[in-house]
Write a protein that binds this ligand. Structure first.
Ligand code: MRU
Length: 373
C-alpha cells in the first residue's frame, strides 16, 4: 500500500524544496512506518506503508529504503513492528521473539554497519525495560527507534556545519551514489555540507556520477539537489578522471557504509576508482559520515563484509537484457577506499584530518561537536 507525505509537513521544507521525506513514523503505538519508495524515483513519488517487519525487511533488501543511516532508522522501527503484536506474551517468550526479529533485520544487508548498530540499540532499550513486562519492552523499543530517528537528523545537520567550509566557492564538487537527504532521515551526510554552503551563499557546481548499476547518483542525487535549487550535472562513472584532468573538479565528497578504526572506508562500488583518480589529480577527497558508521571493532577494511548483489542488476537495464547470456556478470555493491586516499572524514563530532587511527579516536571521543575552531 502506498501514500505520500506532503512536503509542507516537513519542518525543513525551505532547504529541500519539494523533496519528499525519506521516512517517517505516523502515530503512536498503533502507528505505521512510511518509507519513500526509492526504486521508482524520480518518475514516481510514493510512500510505502509498513505495518509489519517483513515489509520493512523487503524494503531494505530491494533498496526501497537505502543509504546506511536510513536503513538503520528503518530497521529500528522494523524491530518495533516485529514485536508490537506480541506484547501479551510472557516476558521470556517476548524476549525470544525480540532476538529473532533483531537477527532477521540485521541480516537484510551486510555492509552498512548502521543497520546492526540501530537494531542493537532498540534491542538493548527493550531488554532494559524487561522488569516492566512485555508491553513496557515494546514501548521502550518504539521510544528507542524514535530517538535513533531524531539523533540521525541531528547528526546529519551537524555534519553539514562541520564540513561546509570545505566546499570550494566557485568550484566543482564530485559526489558518488546518493549520500543525501534521501539516504538519511534529513540533510544527508556527503550532501549536508553542500546544503549548508549553498544556504550561506557559496556558488558551486555538483557533478553526480551516475552509479551503475542502480543509478543512485543519476536518479536520486540529481533529483534531490535539483529540488533544492543546487546546480547539478550527471556524468557517467567513467567520466570522472577526465573531468578532474580538465580542472573541473576541486573537491570530492562521498558517504560511507562502514569505516574501520584506521579510516578505511566501505562505500558504493566505484568510490575507490574516484578516490584513485582524485589522488592522481590532487583533488581533495573527503568522506562524510555520522559516528554510527564507524566500526572501531575492525582494525582495517579487510574484515568489512561486501554485499554481493544479483547479477541481474548488471545484466538488465529498464527491465531489458543487454548482455549475452554467454557472459557472466558480477555485482559487488560496495568497495573499500584505503584511508591513505582520503584527505579527511567529516563527522558529527568534528573533522578528522588527517585520517589516522589517533585522529579518528580523538574526534569520536569528542562527544557532541561544539562548533568550528
Ligand atoms: O546501496 P545503497 O544505495 O544503500 O548505497 C548507499 C551508499 O553507498 C551511500 O554512499 C552510503 O550508504 C552513505 S548514505 C548517507
Amino acid at each position: 500500500m502506498t501514500t505520500t507525505i506532503a512536503a509542507s509537513q516537513r519542518s525543513d521544507a525551505a532547504i529541500f524544496g519539494n523533496l519528499p521525506a525519506t521516512l517517517d513514523w505516523m502515530g503512536d503505538f498503533d502507528g505505521e512506518l512510511l518509507l519513500l519508495d526509492q526504486t521508482i524515483l524520480p518518475n514516481e513519488v510514493a510512500h510505502l506503508r509498513c505495518n509489519d517487519v517483513e515489509t520493512v525487511w523487503e524494503a531494505i533488501k530491494v533498496l526501497r529504503v537505502r543509504g546506511a543511516p536510513a536503513i538503520g532508522v528503518a530497521a529500528a522501527y522494523g524491530v518495533f513492528l516485529g514485536i508490537r503484536g506480541d506484547w501479551r506474551l510472557e516476558a521470556e517468550q517476548f524476549v525470544l521473539k525480540l532476538e529473532k526479529v533483531a537477527q532477521y533485520l540485521s541480516d537484510a544487508r551486510p555492509t552498512a554497519v548502521n543497520l546492526a548498530w540501530a537494531v542493537r540499540g532498540v534491542r538493548s532499550a527493550a531488554l532494559a525495560a524487561r522488569d516492566g513486562g512485555s508491553r513496557a519492552m515494546a514501548e521502550a523499543a518504539l521510544a528507542a527507534a524514535r530517538e535513533i530517528h531524531r539523533e540521525d537528523i541531528e547528526m546529519c545537520r551537524r555534519i553539514g556545519e562541520v564540513g561546509a567550509h570545505l566546499v570550494p566557492d566557485g568550484g566543482g564538487v564530485l559526489t558518488h551514489c546518493n549520500a543525501g537527504a534521501l539516504a538519511t532521515s534529513a540533510y544527508g551526510t556527503a550532501l549536508s555540507p553542500l546544503y549548508v554552503a549553498h544556504r550561506s551563499g557559496r556558488r558551486f557546481r555538483v557533478f553526480a556520477s551516475e552509479t551503475r548499476p542502480l543509478l543512485q547518483g543519476a536518479r536520486l542525487t540529481a533529483f534531490e539537489l535539483a529540488s533544492a535549487g543546487i546546480d547539478v550535472t550527471v556524468i557517467c562513472d567513467g567520466a570522472v578522471a577526465s573531468l578532474m584532468h580538465a580542472g573541473e573538479i576541486q573537491m570530492a565528497i562521498v558517504g560511507a557504509d562502514r569505516i574501520a578504526a584506521n579510516g578505511d572506508t566501505a562505500n558504493k562500488i566505484g568510490t575507490y576508482s574516484h578516490a584513485l583518480a582524485a589522488k592522481h589529480h590532487e583533488v581533495p577527497f573527503y568522506v562524510a559520515a555520522p559516528h554510527s558508521t564507524f566500526d572501531l571493532s575492525l582494525g582495517s577494511a579487510s574484515e568489512i563484509p561486501i554485499e554481493q548483489r544479483s547479477e541481474t542488476e548488471v545484466r538488465e537495464l529498464g527491465g531489458r537484457r543487454w548482455i549475452t547470456s554467454l557472459a557472466r556478470c558480477r555485482n559487488p555493491a560496495f568497495d573499500v577506499t584505503p584511508a591513505g586516499l582520503i584527505r579527511g572524514i567529516v563527522t558529527d563530532r568534528g573533522l578528522s584530518e588527517p585520517v589516522t587511527i589517533e585522529k579518528i579516536q580523538e574526534i569520536l571521543s569528542n562527544g557532541a561537536w561544539r562548533g568550528p575552531g
